[in-house]
Every structure is written in structure tokens, then in C-alpha cells.
Ligand binder design. Structure first.
Ligand SMILES: NC(=O)c1ccc[n+]([C@@H]2O[C@H](COP(=O)([O-])OP(=O)(O)OC[C@H]3O[C@@H](n4cnc5c(N)ncnc54)[C@H](OP(=O)(O)O)[C@@H]3O)[C@@H](O)[C@H]2O)c1
Length: 331
């Protein structure tokens, strides 16, 4: 098969190559997927560059956790009827050397989830890390119908997924952005209220947009920077869920008294260590949301496998608004 891979950490241009590798074979409990589209996430870049001092987990890595395609072979213990099924894939490269930037990938059967016929492979490849993370952030503390949610960074991949899933679940959603192009993406995802975080006082405008009530949940991309906003616009018993902050060394200082009086909760989500039950619920509900037609994220750009260096450079530039997809082959 043709695959992209690297054998040492470094810049995309220095270490990524596209060559022939042997086709992987599914073992017990696994399926092999003919990959049609592969999705890039910041964590794929972090693994390639050794973010936070992390070493190469394997001598050769085929990157990317997310993808979509068609099951073409199954290992012992997996129903043969799965062959031919359209699927989306999550966490393909987690604890494994080979991810989805290749014509074929092997994953545990449960990580290849049925993709409805009406959902494109590009959308399928956009689900994985962003949608699973957003789902856990939104639903770990219960149902959202009638709740008010603030999404910090509503045009980011996870932030956009959070808007899409929260609207699908019946919440009122506010989102922060940093420029007009991002505002359009947040609105297109269904955000009811969009705030430019550089131009407006986020806590004050969100509070007044909720008639003074504040928001019940916050999904936050940079909690160290945004903690004061969170505490200032949470409703009583509100929950802030953080999935990222700018640097691995960042500290988080929580103003104790307002948090105490508000009865606030602080939750942290790392998609790779979600409880198994939450993974199952998330993959089911993300699939249902996509099948309903409610999951339509912005695709920033689609590349060919041979253009993977450019695709990684675009992801790293921080200028992409929307998902970056790599088209691998036809189904
Ligand atoms: N914990 C987990 O399991 C998990 C899962 C997925 C991703 N992540 C991490 O989460 C981060 C975002 O991932 P992503 O795929 O969504 O990236 P992305 O598509 O690049 O989106 C990041 C968004 O956050 C916005 N942003 C940056 N600083 C902000 C701030 N202080 N307040 C509000 N918005 C802010 C950015 O906008 P501007 O900079 O233009 O304002 C951008 O729209 C990455 O570091 C990623 O590794 C963690």
C-alpha cells in the first residue's frame, strides 16, 4: 500500500515521506479499512514534533488518528458481514504505529464505527478526535436540552464540533471567535450568539445575552487564559470543561471564593483516556448526529496523500479555519 510515514521527529518537510509499505493484516477483534479520507489534528503534529519532550513511540509512524473508508477485511472474532461497511475511525494511531495516512489501516473493530450512507467520507474523517472530545466535554455532566453552553474557540475543530453537537442536543449556544471568518463558521454551525473575544467583554456580553442567568456549561480550549471569564459568566452549579491550554507548563489559578459561592465544577477531558463507556456513548451519538445531517463542519482544505507535507504545514500554521482532510483514494 502507499502510505505516509516518518522515522524521526522533525519538521514536516524534513521527516514526512510517502512510499510503499506492506498491507497491514487484521488480527483477532480487528478490522482493516480501505481509507478514503484521513483527518489531521493538532495531536498528529505534536507526535511528529515531540511536543512536551515526548519521544517517538514507535520506530516508524504512519500518522493520523482519524479517518473514514470501507472495511475490506476482518480478523477472527469479527462478523464477516462487516466487510463492505462504510465506517468512520477514531484513535487509529493511539498506542499503534500505523494511523490513517495510508491506503489501509487496521484498528480494533469498535473504533471503526458505521458511517451512514448520507454522510460523506470527508465528514466521516472530521469526526474522530474533535467530535469525541467535544461530546465528552458537553455530556459528561448530563443532558443539554434547554441548557446554555459557552464554547470558547467556536471556530476551532473541537469548538466547532461542540457547537454542532450542543445544538443537535437542544442547547442554546454562545461561541467566542477572534475574527469575522471564524464568526461565520461558528454561525454556520448553529451558534445562537457569537462574541469576538478580542473586541468585547465576553463574560459581560454572554451574561446579558442569557438575561443575567449565565451559562450552565463551558467548553474551553485555553483554560489558563480564560478562567476569569469562566468564573464570571457561569450560572449557579455550572461546569467548566477544559480540554487544552496553550503550553504543557501552563498553571491554572482558580479564584476560590466565586467558585465556592457558585458551586462550580471543573472537569478536564483527555480524549485518549475517556472511560470506555463514555467512548461507546460518544461514538453512538456522534454517528446519530452525523446521520441526522446536523454535523456539517467547515472543511478548510482537502489535500492528496502526496501533498501531506503541505497539509501538515497548513495545520501547524494556525491559520486554517475548519478541518484539513487528506483524500487517500476512491472507495
Ligand atoms: N484534551 C484532548 O483530548 C484534546 C482533544 C483535541 C484537541 N486537543 C487540543 O486542543 C487544542 C485545540 O484543538 P483543535 O483541533 O480544536 O485546534 P484548532 O482547530 O486549531 O482550534 C483552536 C481554536 O482555539 C482558538 N483559541 C486559541 N486561543 C484561544 C483562547 N484563549 N480563547 C478562545 N479561543 C482560543 C483559536 O482561535 P484563534 O487563535 O484564532 O483565536 C482556534 O479557533 C490543541 O492544542 C489540541 O491539541 C485536546
Amino acid at each position: 500500500m502507499r502510505a505516509a510515514f516518518y522515522e524521526r521527529q522533525g519538521t514536516a518537510k524534513d521527516v514526512l515521506m510517502v512510499r510503499e509499505l506492506p498491507d497491514p493484516e487484521p488480527e483477532a477483534g480487528e478490522v482493516r479499512v480501505k481509507v478514503v479520507a484521513s483527518g489531521i489534528n493538532p495531536s498528529d503534529i505534536k507526535t511528529r514534533t515531540g511536543f512536551g519532550g515526548k519521544a517517538m513511540p514507535f520506530p516508524r509512524i504512519v500518522p493520523h488518528q482519524d479517518g473514514a473508508g470501507v472495511i475490506d477485511a476482518v480478523g477472527p472474532g469479527v462478523l464477516a458481514s462487516r466487510v463492505g461497511e462504510r465506517v468512520w475511525i477514531y484513535m487509529a494511531q493511539w498506542g499503534r504505529a500505523q494511523g490513517t495516512a495510508a491506503e489501509f489501516v487496521v484498528v480494533p473493530s469498535v473504533q471503526a464505527v458505521k458511517l451512514a450512507d448520507n454522510v460523506s467520507f470527508e465528514i466521516g474523517a472530521s469526526l474522530g478526535v474533535p467530535a469525541m472530545t467535544a461530546h465528552r466535554c458537553l455530556f459528561a455532566d448530563g443532558d443539554l436540552r434547554g441548557k446554555r453552553v459557552l464554547v470558547q474557540g467556536g471556530a476551532g475543530a473541537v469548538g466547532n464540533a461542540a457547537i454542532l453537537l450542543a445544538k443537535w442536543a437542544g442547547a442554546w449556544v454562545a461561541a467566542t471567535v477572534s475574527r469575522e471568518e471564524q464568526a461565520e463558521v461558528a454561525r454556520a454551525a448553529g451558534a445562537d450568539f457569537v462574541v469576538n473575544r478580542h473586541e468585547e467583554d465576553v463574560a459581560q456580553t454572554v451574561r446579558s445575552a442569557t438575561g443575567g442567568h449565565g451559562v450552565d456549561r463551558i467548553v474551553d480550549v485555553d483554560i489558563s487564559a480564560n478562567i476569569d471569564v469562566a468564573v464570571a459568566c457561569l450560572a449557579r452549579d455550572g461546569v467548566v470543561t477544559a480540554y487544552s491550554t496553550e503550553t504543557p507548563q501552563a498553571m491554572l489559578t482558580i479564584p476560590f471564593f466565586p467558585a465556592l459561592l457558585g458551586g462550580f465544577s471543573f472537569r478536564f477531558v483527555y480524549v485518549y483516556s475517556m472511560p470506555q463507556e463514555a467512548m461507546g456513548q460518544a461514538s453512538e451519538e456522534v454517528s446519530a448526529c452525523a446521520a441526522s445531517g446536523a454535523y456539517a463542519p467547515r472543511i478548510a482544505k482537502t489535500y492528496a496523500l502526496d501533498e501531506l507535507v503541505e497539509a501538515h504545514q497548513f495545520q501547524e500554521s494556525g491559520t486554517a479555519v475548519g478541518k484539513i482532510i487528506v483524500r487517500i483514494q476512491n472507495p
